[in-house]
Design a protein around this ligand. Structure first.
Ligand SMILES: NC(=O)NCCC(=O)O
Ligand SMILES: [Zn+2]
Ligand SMILES: [Zn+2]
Length: 460
């Protein structure tokens, strides 16, 4: 059945205008001033914004980590994402050294199939480069996994060495993939954490104190230099501090093809959250860690002036009770990660647009369009245009609400933004023309979200 979204203010990364949107067979068929179609279902968007669905380029759903598994899976995670106005996620497929990559990818297909309510793609983690890996990568690209992730931290677990990073950059250039890095100096962190524990420092705040901004700045600068040397392309995930922003800006000024993502937690939370009593600081343990407050303005400034281009959630949720408490008495055993998928879009709108830090069009670009472009999904995703998937968010820009675990839709037992008042909320969310959220109620079906084969980097 055809649908028409009527009387809304359509906002894309470049334009803001009043118009109606006609949808048929999952696609946007027409955009115009007054569209009347006999028999079409009409959805009134008067007084609301109509955005392209958010594209979250950074999630870890049902991911094994720190001796446990992240709580939100492709079912609860994508439902929560939809409530928050996100209609596409790109999740990290982890690999194990010595095991075929094809097995790892199959594991991620098994986790997601018949569960997701919005579309999804995968990035591939590269932990080693050898002949077997090199032989498999062309097939990986053919299967639409066109971004490779290298961890420069988590020594003895996920961390890759510089040779692996460099060879990944060289190979990615040849194959048309975008390399993503978790940029922290894992060796220095390893030294600092052992020293802290030896001195008897076990509280959650030591997670941040043993991963200072310098270790992120250093790793970001190193990755950027290696990208220049390889004449390749790099996307730095979860940038948390001014030190890393400076390195990205410096590299961009030199003409290096480098992009930077930050996350909502770094824009609104700070290191003082890690000092909360009764082990509550563990709720805020993720990597890179929360920083001193002044870093927030550097991140907002970088989003405004284009030195950072995207917002990912880095969703990797663990319950406070039963998971985070694995690290009671030893901060290094607290599983790293937090629940962010649901509030990513609304926090950017409320703290960014409403507070005048970014424009409405920048907001759409940062939470959706740029992500779709960088990761080979545009214009199928990331915009409102004739022929694009009808992934659409009808957003009330005036409603005020308090974020709380009591009302969120993630499976996890706390919300990192608990008690924060924000303005603006998705009311209705469509994936490929079908309602997933209708008037703030979940009406979607498990399994309607499908795997997305993505285009090569730069090939639109
Ligand atoms: N960010 C975090 O602490 N956990 C998820 C894995 C990662 O992105 O490093
Ligand atoms: Zn990371
Ligand atoms: Zn992550």
């Amino acid at each position: 059945m055809k649908k028409v979204i009527k009387n809304g203010t359509i906002v894309t990364a470049t334009d803001t205008y009043k118009g109606d949107i006609l949808i048929e067979n999952g696609k946007i068929l027409m955009i115009g001033r007054q569209i009347e179609v006999d028999g079409a279902e009409e959805i009134d968007a008067s007084g609301k914004y109509v955005f392209p669905g958010g594209v979250d380029p950074h999630t870890h759903l049902e991911m094994p980590f720190g001796g446990t598994v992240s709580r939100d899976d492709f079912e609860t995670g994508t439902i929560a994402a939809a409530f928050g106005g996100t209609t596409t996620v790109i999740d990290f497929c982890l690999t194990n050294k010595g095991e075929p990559i094809a097995n790892a990818i199959q594991t991620w297909h098994d986790k997601s199939k018949d569960k997701a309510v919005i579309d999804y793609g995968f990035h591939l983690m590269i932990g080693e480069i050898n002949e077997d890996v090199l032989n498999e990568l062309p097939t990986v690209i053919e299967e639409g996994i066109t971004s490779f992730k290298v961890f420069m931290a988590y020594k003895n677990v996920l961390q890759a060495d510089d040779e692996t990073l460099f060879r990944t950059l060289v190979t990615a250039k040849e194959l048309g993939a975008l390399v993503m890095v978790h940029a922290e100096n894992g060796d220095v962190i390893d030294y600092l954490t052992k020293k802290a524990l030896a001195e008897g420092h076990t509280d959650p705040v030591y997670h941040a104190l043993t991963r200072p901004p310098e270790v992120e700045g250093e790793a970001t600068g190193r990755a950027a230099q290696l990208t220049g040397l390889a004449n390749s392309q790099l996307y730095v995930v979860h940038v948390s501090c001014a030190d890393a922003v400076e390195k990205i800006a410096e590299a961009r000024n030199k003409g290096i093809d480098i992009w930077g993502e930050t996350c909502p937690q770094y824009l609104v939370l700070d290191i003082s959250d890690l000092e909360k009593p009764d082990f509550e600081g563990a709720k805020y343990v993720w990597s890179p860690p929360l920083r001193e407050k002044h870093h927030q303005e550097a991140l907002w400034g970088a989003l405004k002036n284009g030195q950072l281009q995207t917002l990912g959630s880095d969703q990797c949720s663990f319950d406070f009770k039963g998971q985070k408490d694995l690290g009671k008495g030893n901060f290094t055993k607290i599983p790293n990660g937090g629940p962010m998928i649901e509030d990513r879009v609304s926090i950017l709108f409320s703290e960014g647009v409403k507070k005048g830090r970014i424009t409405l069009n920048q907001f759409v670009d940062i939470m959706s369009t740029k992500n779709a472009k960088l990761f080979g999904l545009f214009p199928q995703k990331g915009t409102i245009a004739v022929g694009s998937d009808a992934d659409i968010v009808i957003f009330d820009p005036h409603v005020k609400r308090i974020i709380s675990a009591e009302t969120h839709h993630m499976a996890v037992d706390y919300n990192a933004f608990e008690g924060m008042e924000i303005t603006g909320e998705p009311v209705t969310v469509m994936s490929k023309g079908e309602f997933v959220i209708k008037n703030k109620q979940f009406v979607g079906k498990l399994g309607t979200g499908k795997y997305l084969k993505r285009a090569k980097y730069g090939e639109l």
